[in-house]
Design a binder for this molecule. Structure first.
Ligand code: GRF
Length: 219
């Protein structure tokens, strides 16, 4: 780890395939930051196994053991803060966060959401895009603000919705894009190319448009 290398804590609740993409890119030298810890709110999250295999410290902060959202978020922050991270990455962390928690990490917390934000904030995004007969669907990486799935978008990848798509097939194709754009964005942050100021995302000192940096597949 170099002196400037950023410390990254990843929060998960489930499979952790996005975490795996980050681990793989870090191991390939394509993420210059250091994944220092993975924290799950669920004991059985498979992502914990992925982290252990990569020799990353793991913690479970089980939300069922806390009587209020704010107590839980305080306990979670206590664990996060032992690592003094530069960046907190939400990678399928299925919890609504309190405004106090979000404020603590504002400008240094990213989330990935499976829709072309601002469309389809919240859950069941793939089915909602199919039901609306949208021609395209996608995924967004954004800075986390107090508005659920509402912070400034950093990068989006868009894919066509095919006539036979189900929520499952669409989710699968979206996932492959997630695994490309999330590591890219994390590395931009690690390289200080990406910052959030006054509720706006800046890339190379330029304010990003509301759709962020478009991800265009290289052929
Ligand atoms: C992804 O679809 C992500 O967009 C959403 O939660 C899912 C996490 O998947 N926020 P995984 O645990 O990384 O496989």
């Amino acid at each position: 780890m170099t002196a400037e290398s950023k410390k990254i804590v990843v929060l998960i609740s489930g499979s952790g395939s996005n975490l795996q993409a980050l681990i793989d890119k870090q191991q390939a030298g394509q993420i210059s930051g250091q994944l220092v810890a993975v924290i799950s709110n669920k004991q059985n999250a498979f992502g914990l196994t992925r982290a252990e295999k990569a020799s990353i410290a793991t913690h479970v902060v089980d939300h069922t053991q806390y009587s209020s959202r704010s107590e839980y978020d305080q306990a979670l922050a206590n664990v996060i803060d032992t690592y003094q991270p530069d960046l907190v990455v939400l990678a399928g962390f299925m919890r609504i966060l309190t405004p106090e928690f979000v404020q603590k990490y504002v400008g240094k917390m990213l989330n990935i959401h499976p829709s072309l934000l601002p469309k389809y904030q919240g859950l069941n995004t793939h089915q909602r895009a199919i039901d609306a007969k949208d021609e395209t669907h996608g995924v967004s990486v954004h800075f986390v603000t107090e508005e659920l799935d509402g912070g400034p978008v950093v990068c989006q990848a868009e894919i066509p919705i095919l006539p036979d798509d189900t929520a499952e097939t669409l989710a699968e194709r979206i996932h492959t894009k997630e695994h490309i754009i999330y590591p890219l964005v994390v590395e931009w942050f690690c390289q200080n190319k990406l910052v959030m100021k006054a509720n706006q995302a800046y890339f190379d000192n330029q304010v990003l448009p509301s759709t962020g940096v478009p991800y265009v597949e290289k052929s």
